[in-house]
Write a protein of this length. Structure first.
Length: 159
């Protein structure tokens, strides 16, 4: 879907419009309408947008949404950190990942040891040994399975 925005004296006027709507209403794209690219509101850990609405700026000859990010306050950081911990600890197999640590800059939990690079093997984190361990391949028979980290095997889910 192509978008255009009306420009008056080098400044965007109103909001972007869909090309088809302009063609239906005006029969052409008027000279004072320029291409526009929509950019979704970013979701960045420990940052927020300064406004719920973007600014419209021309970048490399095309108008676009520009979102300004600002750091969380210390209170917001503490809330976000606690929320991540709460979600992580509520996961069904959380007991297996107690050694993993929340990376405060990315918001992702990371293992204390990087995953082995050998992609030919099926590695899973073994919390009992606090290491990566080769795991059996998930059966491919059309049934549903879940991995049992205690028995270290795939278990058939019974409907």
């Amino acid at each position: 879907m192509k978008l255009y925005i009306q420009i008056e004296n080098g400044v965007p006027k109103n909001h972007p419009a869909v090309e088809e709507n302009l063609l239906d209403a005006l029969g052409q794209i008027p000279a004072d309408w320029e291409p526009f690219v929509r950019v979704p509101k970013p979701e960045v850990y420990l940052k927020k947008t300064s406004s719920d609405k973007p600014e419209y700026k021309k970048i490399d000859g095309v108008w676009t949404d520009v979102w300004t990010l600002v750091d969380f306050t210390p209170e917001e950081k503490a809330e976000a950190y606690q929320a991540k911990l709460d979600i992580w600890s509520a996961l069904p197999n959380a007991f297996n990942f107690t050694a993993w640590v929340l990376n405060e800059s990315t918001g992702e939990f990371e293992p204390p040891i990087p995953r082995p690079k050998n992609t030919d093997l099926n590695y899973r984190w073994c919390g009992a040994e606090n290491s990566w361990k080769e795991a059996p391949v998930k059966p491919d028979d059309g049934n549903q399975y879940k991995f049992d980290f205690v028995a270290w095997q795939w278990v058939l889910l019974v409907n």
